[in-house]
Design a protein. Sequence first.
Length: 157
Amino acid sequence: MAFIEFRDIHKYFGEAHVLKGINLDIEEGEFVTLLGPSGCGKSTLLRCFSGLESVTEGEIYLAGTNITNFSPKQRKISMVFQQYSLFPNMTVGQNVAFGLQMQKKKKNYIQEKVKETLDIVGLSEKIDQYPREFVRRTAAACRPGASDHRRAQSAAP
């Protein structure tokens, strides 16, 4: 059994059949990239996974649990949307910590997770810099990495 499973996923927007029988298994820790032209369904599939869109047909499993009808809050999945944004008045570290602060996590825990996440993506030295000082996308991608939610990253435009 895969960590994430999409089983015969179909999604319609009115008459438009956007997702047509998607079957995909993703193992825990596996790095997956969804590639395709604009409008092919990459973001729609991720929105269905996160619960921001419902599937018309099919089932989605996470760690063996059918999450197809779970609310986004119940799924605890973080996503970086194609239109990412950072708070320009906050440092990289503060931006990455934001989600954990909203979850009311302890300060020491937040500091550990921020450091760990920035180490993973090679941005440790940028922790006290502001977004305008370097590429924003990299720091935006760290925000879900530091959260206590499962992660899914939308493909770049």
